[in-house]
Design a protein around this ligand. Structure first.
Ligand SMILES: [Zn+2]
Length: 136
């Protein structure tokens, strides 16, 4: 189900709660909403659809990927960039890392580790920031 985009910065500033298998339908809504906005959006966190749980969905080089409870456990090569966000207007400066290793749970709630670089890594960092209540 496509949901409305949350733009309330007070809500978006709250740290999201850990996700459980109860939230699998939310992950589907998140994907549906992300796909509905694919023209201008490459990733979303659940709080952007008004659900304060640690779930992100993003475009992983042309294939959508969902992560539950993602955490960056290793990062290297910082750089400065500018980003936009569907929940905000305009762009803002952000500091990102070229390479990140992420620990997360998949749709079966199995723990997985994966390293991402470049653009995909940047998207994931932006979405994990949302889970922390950090808006660019
Ligand atoms: Zn955003």
């Amino acid at each position: 189900m496509i949901r409305n985009i949350m733009k309330d910065e007070t809500f978006l500033s709250q740290k999201a709660e850990p996700a459980t298998p109860d939230e699998l339908p939310i992950a589907q809504d998140l994907l549906d909403t992300l796909i509905a906005h694919k023209g201008g959006c490459v990733g979303m966190a659940a709080n952007m659809i008004g659900v304060s749980k640690r779930i992100i969905a993003f475009d992983n080089e042309g294939k959508y990927m969902v992560m539950f409870n993602p955490e960056i456990i290793k990062k290297s090569q910082p750089y400065e960039t500018e980003e936009g966000c569907l929940s905000l207007t305009g762009t803002r400066k952000a500091r990102r890392w070229q390479s990140i290793k992420v620990q997360y749970q998949n749709e079966r709630f199995q723990t997985r580790f994966k390293t991402f670089t470049g653009w995909t890594a940047q998207i994931i960092q932006h979405e994990i920031d949302h889970c922390e209540g950090i808006i660019i």
